[in-house]
Design a protein around this ligand. Structure first.
Ligand SMILES: NC(=O)c1ccc[n+]([C@@H]2O[C@H](COP(=O)([O-])OP(=O)(O)OC[C@H]3O[C@@H](n4cnc5c(N)ncnc54)[C@H](OP(=O)(O)O)[C@@H]3O)[C@@H](O)[C@H]2O)c1
Length: 297
């Protein structure tokens, strides 16, 4: 039986672990820092499902598996290194379900030569309490075409997770990052939900954040429309009043923020390509200070 280990049993990792376990085709283990005692997933139609996934708390109790699903926040990757050290060998594949465009740079040095599959996550879910996940729509992910992408799609067959293979993963990953450059930063910094984009100054700031990211994306080989920033801001302005972002939820909970893999990545890659990114630099500095301060609200 295929062995799968999930590191990062939060909103995304739990949905994937539950989906994979439901196929009955594989042995799924949750690699956790403290016990969850089971999962409770509320589906988009309101149905509530209780699922038990075997939990392991100590990396030393694990050996190499066929697949690792890494779904920590990007800034928690280094902390997950002891798990990756035990779970990976050259035959392992590591599916990295994280936001941003630097999956390979971040994770490959930690995987004992296991191949890394970057994944764009289109899973709208939140975890208001450990082990409790609210899923807002059918989970979807995008992976690059190729053997590892095809094998991951086969792994997820009948799991309820839709896997799309794309020949242009660069564009898929940057499209998500361009959106995140505005919505995560602005909702977390203002501590307001999406209606904050109705404010014209905020809409202009969001537009500038996305436009800088789009220019860096284009120079990195992504194929995005010239009016992407207009489209993103128009979309954010029509989102339901209660919607926010995972960075807003993290700020409200006093947790560290995933700013470096988002606005920080735009700044880093812009600097390498000689593209100015002053708005993203400002957002990164402010988010870093907020993230360092933790729970002072
Ligand atoms: N949630 C969404 O709707 C969504 C949508 C698109 C993309 N994404 C992206 O998907 C990724 C995962 O996001 P998420 O929302 O699922 O995050 P999350 O709910 O914060 O979950 C992260 C999980 O990682 C665990 N973790 C952290 N360090 C660990 C370690 N050293 N060992 C074991 N477990 C560890 C945490 O465990 P503890 O409970 O012990 O802290 C937590 O359960 C992020 O890159 C995010 O941006 C999320």
């Amino acid at each position: 039986m295929t062995r799968v280990a999930v590191v990062g049993m939060g909103a995304v990792g739990s949905v994937v672990a539950a989906g994979l376990a439901s196929t009955g085709r594989m042995e799924v283990t949750a690699c956790v820092r403290s016990p969850l005692g089971g999962l409770r997933i509320t589906r988009p139609d309101g149905a509530v499902e209780d699922i038990l996934i075997p939990e392991i708390l100590d990396p030393a109790q694990m050996s190499a598996v066929e697949w690792v699903v890494l779904a920590t926040k990007a800034h928690q990757t280094a902390g997950a290194a002891p798990w990756l050290e035990r779970l990976c060998n050259a035959d392992t594949r590591v599916a990295v379900l994280q936001n941003g465009v630097e999956h390979l740079e971040r994770v490959a040095p930690l995987t004992n030569a296991a191949r890394v599959l970057p994944v764009v996550v289109e899973i709208a879910a939140e975890s208001p309490q450990r082990g409790h996940i609210r899923l807002f729509e059918r989970p979807r992910v995008v992976v690059p075409e190729g053997d590892d992408g095809a094998n991951f799609a086969a792994l997820c067959q009948d799991s309820g997770i839709t896997v799309t293979l794309t020949e242009d993963f660069v564009t898929a990953a940057w499209a998500k990052l361009c959106l995140n450059a505005a919505n995560g930063a602005i909702t977390a910094l203002t501590m307001r939900r999406m209606p904050v984009f109705a404010n014209p100054r905020i809409a202009r700031l969001g537009h500038a954040l996305v436009e800088e990211a789009r220019q860096v994306a284009t120079a990195s080989g992504a194929n995005l429309p010239d009016d992407l920033a207009d489209q993103v801001i128009a979309r954010l302005r029509t989102m339901p009043a209660e919607s926010g972002s995972s960075m807003l939820w993290d700020r409200l909970a006093g947790r560290p923020l995933e700013y470096d893999a988002r606005n920080g990545a735009v700044v880093r890659m812009g600097a390498r390509l000689g593209i100015p990114t002053p708005h993203n630099e400002t957002a990164t500095a402010l988010l870093e200070a907020v993230s360092e301060a933790g729970d002072v609200t």
